[in-house]
Design a protein around this ligand. Sequence first.
Ligand code: FMN
Length: 325
Amino acid sequence: MIRTETNFAGLRLRNPIIVSSSGLTDSAAKNRRLEEAGAGAIVLKSLLEEQILQEAYWLGNPAMYPEGSDYLVEYMREHQLGEYLRLIRESKATCTIPIIASINCWQDGEWADVAGQIEEAGADALEINILSLQTDLHYVYGSYEQRHIDILARVKRQVALPVIMKVGSNLTNPIALFNQLYANGAAGIVLFNRFYRPDIDIEKMTQTVGELFTNESDLSPVLRWIGIASAALGHMDYAASGGIHSPESVVKALLAGASAVEMCSAIYRQSPAFIGRCLQFLREWMERKGMDGIARFKGRLNMANSEGVNTFERTQFMKYFSTHR
Ligand SMILES: Cc1cc2nc3c(=O)[nH]c(=O)nc-3n(C[C@H](O)[C@H](O)[C@H](O)COP(=O)(O)O)c2cc1C
């Protein structure tokens, strides 16, 4: 019998497909439909650090936020903390799968004190997404990584629920940071979060916002770092986020060492029925390969098990340089 259950961040999931934090998960009714479509867990739309603080120091500096301050003021008005707690409670009442709350933040501060309220509202876990580009001329090397540790440690002092860290791809050595996050109590790592993509309109001569959704090629760096991390730090749980656009990519992420995948662009593009297609493919693939459970093949093709062909750590394009003329 094929079993698709998986353990991720202290949660037992009926299957490895998690709907990632986005507008897809901002209401209990939507979350119920995602559960019916087959999702193994749901990460709620994020609560922003600014919403919690209510002070919004960025108001004096609208350039801090790409959508501009008017939009954010409106957003804050509509999405207060109380409403977020209600979203957790309603989603828990409507769904049977784990509901993971999410906070977008960029600094260690008072906002972290609300983690206890999120736990009380019934969230099964909390995902923390640290969204920040480092551009300060006087930046102290390592301080961005340290901030992840400080934020995690502060949140962990407030709650007993599993805390999942969703990290960006702008880290010098993700493995060293994951090791520290593990030591400070992180239950799982999601890699990677997605920054806004800038673009330029050459006719209007303006800066514009680039592609909102990912595509299949975004998966490659995720496979690389899960492949390296799951071999180096096998006791941590990983979820792949970014570039899951086909049922095959779910299998790839698990083979690289992920315990689960988080997806959203593909569901926006293809509807929640995409989840069912991924699950059907996963079961058929497992049957074809004689795998009765996820543990049988999770990490089978990570860096430790690549039979000497370590593509994950390869950075040079020698093969392409020599054969592509
Ligand atoms: C419309 C949209 C809204 C998003 N909102 C959030 C959010 O509130 N919090 C968050 O952590 N990530 C958010 N994301 C990022 C996704 O959760 C995900 O990490 C990213 O899109 C990569 O996954 P994908 O390739 O499956 O789209 C959003 C993405 C999109 C496209």
